[in-house]
Design a binder for this molecule. Sequence first.
Ligand code: FPP
Length: 249
Amino acid sequence: MLFDFLRRKKTEHEIDMSRLPQHIGVIMDGNGRWAKKRGLPRSAGHKAGAESLKKIVTEANNMGIKYITVYAFSTENWKRPQAEVDYLMSLLMDYLVNAEKTLAGENVRIRAIGSRAELSEEMRRQIKKTEELTSNRTGIVMNIALNYGGREEIVHAARELGKQIKAGMLEPENITERDIEENLYTANQPDVDLLIRTSGEQRLSNFMLWQVSYAEMVFVNKLWPDFKPQDLRECILAFQGRGRRFGGI
Ligand code: FPP
């Protein structure tokens, strides 16, 4: 208890509020292992992970972070057993439905990024509804990466540009990075500047390949359901301790 209190005090003093990351990406890894360690089904790990997520978004919003993107379901996650896929979808559905109430106090704007075509009609309708309901809020923007893959996102952008070329609106030799950015799911949002992955794995797993080009990466040896607001503050402190040069010297 005393240790936790001291840890918190330390970060409160040391975090420079004028140099917060603008956009945090989170790979919420380790739900399954968390459940296994307790002799519980994997679904219990995902449920605990969803609870953890609420606390982290609230903390990030309270600190004044502007954007957070969380990897909830990748284009590869369909390969998991059907029961697990169904459970993750039902958790996501609940999250979207409840966001109207539970995250209202926090003023969170919710968006889904990823390919929607493969999602159920019900899910697509709910995403649209939640996005519309929360669009006038002024707090943090929370992107839920849902049926998301970084490569798929770039393919999607290439197709959009292809359409513009076909329509005579764009010349191939005039394509710029900005054109690609404007056709990503995160159009008009800043790049990710802090990427956090829990569970000790050190991989990108097809997450925001374009947007993390200059992100500082922080790998945490805790499983996602054990990741607490204090851990987020420590990641921000680690971010602030790095010298960012963007290719310069
Ligand atoms: C990775 O852990 C986690 C996921 C594939 C899903 C993340 C989902 C949540 C945190 C909850 C639902 C999200 C929302 C927005 C409500 P893993 O299952 O790969 O864990 P393991 O590597 O230990 O098996």
